[in-house]
Design a protein around this ligand. Sequence first.
Ligand SMILES: Cc1ncc(COP(=O)(O)O)c(C=O)c1O
Length: 255
Amino acid sequence: MDQELRNELCHYFTDCHRFHLTADELLITCGSQEAMDLVARALVKPRDAVMLERPTYSTAIDIFRRQGATIVPVEIHPYGYDMEQVEKLMQTYKPRLFYLNPTFQSPTGYIVPAEQRKRLVELAERYQCLLLEDDPYRDIYFGEEPPRPLFAYDTAGWVIYLRSFSKYIALGIAIVACRPSIMNYLIKAKLLSDSGTPVQLDNSVAKRASAREKMTANLALFFCYIEGYFETLTAVDGLTHFYPILSKHFRSLAQ
Ligand SMILES: Cc1ncc(COP(=O)(O)O)c(C=O)c1O
């Protein structure tokens, strides 16, 4: 039913990130939140260890807690992770997965550098820990393109890639990309809750996603509107890095 859209998305991912995917390796979900929930239900058992960044997207904490997972926090810093700490945690806890948001991380805005991304994929393979890469903010940047997704370095199937378009195209549209062995579990879990995501978009998702000029203008306007709100948030720990970056870019764009 959504084959055409999935084919279109395969071209989009190949052009933008040099991912080589087939339509069968993509699943359309109702937002990345649904995708996280599917991954948790399909792949995490009670008492499995799950590594989460600290701080992280709070819904992820709720989803993995509800699944009965033991949460193992991993500090995230402006320079990314302490990779020795990550390896030690993988050795000690043998986690089932590490949920991470390495590009414009929520809530800090930090970006994990490319060397760490490669290393994380190697560690995932060595310690057999799935990496659940949540990447909803990738296209929302001004200036330097962020490093390639972890998924681009994965050859052995340890990375599950979540890409939401709900932040700037339409609410409730996200894609999960993973290798068939994992996809089979996710499809089974999805069929227990519905028989497919209603596809509200035609196959122009990829074209819209690359309409950067329009997106930039809209975001600049939006930022002017919410600026006062962000100023209040600057006081909150973890956002102090995020706000000045946003402020600088949006002010110049809005002029
Ligand atoms: C890191 C992160 N992942 C996922 C989501 C939710 O995405 P979606 O609207 O696609 O469910 C958000 C915010 O809403 C987020 O900040």
